[in-house]
Design a protein around this ligand. Structure first.
Ligand code: IMP
Ligand code: MG
Length: 189
C-alpha cells in the first residue's frame, strides 16, 4: 500500500474513477474538436498542479497536439492570500490563429483560470476552451465555467493526482482529503 494513503481522512475520487473519467473526457474532447473540423490543438497546462492530469489526458486525445505551460504565482505557502494570481512564466508557443485547450487541476475561486484565459485571448487564438479535473463550484468568486470538468467536488481541501498541500501528496494516484491533524489549516481557504 502507498504509505501516503495513511495521511488521508477519506478518498473522494478513486484511481479507477479518475482513469475512467479521463477516457470519457478524451473521447468527448476529441469528438467535439473533430466535429468542429479541428485536427490540431495547442494544450496549455497550468503548472504544477495540472501536470499529471495533462499527461494522462493528452494520451487519450488522438489529435495533433502542441504542448506548453503557464506558471502562476502560488499563494498557498504565503501567510495571506495575495489578491490576484500573477503569471510568472508565460507560454513560448505562438497561439495566434490556433485552437487552445487550457488544462488545470481545480477550479476554485475561478481567479487563476479567468486571469489566464484573459491573457491567452490577447494572443488571438482561433478558439480557447478549458478543461478542469475538479470543480469546487461553491467557492467561485469570479464568474467562470469550464468547458470540460472531470469531477464536481464539495468544498473541501483536496490533494493527490497533481494537487498538493504545501507541495506534498502530488504523487497520490487518487484524490482525497488530508487528515485534519496533519493540516496546518491552509491559510487561503
Ligand atoms: P482559484 O484561482 O481559486 O480557482 O485556484 C486555483 C488554484 O488553487 C488551483 O490551481 C490549485 O493550485 C489551488 N487549489 C484550490 N483548491 C485546492 C485544493 O483543494 N487543493 C489543492 N490546491 C487547490
Ligand atoms: Mg494549481
Amino acid at each position: 500500500m502507498n504509505p501516503l494513503l495513511q495521511d488521508l481522512e477519506k478518498i473522494l475520487v478513486s484511481e479507477d474513477a479518475i482513469k475512467k473519467r479521463i477516457d470519457e473526457l478524451g473521447i468527448e474532447i476529441t469528438r467535439d474538436y473533430l466535429n468542429a473540423g479541428v485536427q490540431e490543438l495547442t494544450i496549455v497546462a497550468i503548472t504544477n498542479g495540472a501536470i499529471i492530469f495533462t499527461a494522462d489526458l493528452l494520451r487519450k486525445i488522438p489529435l495533433r497536439t502542441r504542448l506548453d505551460c503557464v506558471r502562476v504565482s502560488s499563494y498557498q505557502d504565503e501567510t495571506k492570500p495575495i489578491g490576484e494570481p500573477q503569471i510568472i512564466d508565460n507560454i513560448r508557443l505562438n497561439i495566434h490563429g490556433r485552437h487552445v485547450l487550457m488544462i488545470d487541476d481545480i477550479l476554485d475561486t475561478g481567479r487563476t483560470c479567468s486571469k489566464i484565459v484573459h491573457a491567452l485571448k490577447t494572443k488571438n487564438p482561433a478558439t480557447i476552451k478549458t478543461c478542469m479535473l475538479l470543480d469546487k463550484k461553491g467557492r467561485r468568486e469570479v464568474a467562470f465555467e469550464a468547458d470540460y470538468v472531470g469531477f464536481k467536488i464539495p468544498n473541501e481541501f483536496v490533494v493527490g493526482y497533481g494537487l498538493d498541500f504545501a507541495e506534498n501528496y502530488r504523487s497520490l494516484p487518487c484524490i482525497g482529503v488530508v487528515k485534519a491533524e496533519l493540516q496546518n489549516p491552509p491559510e487561503w481557504t
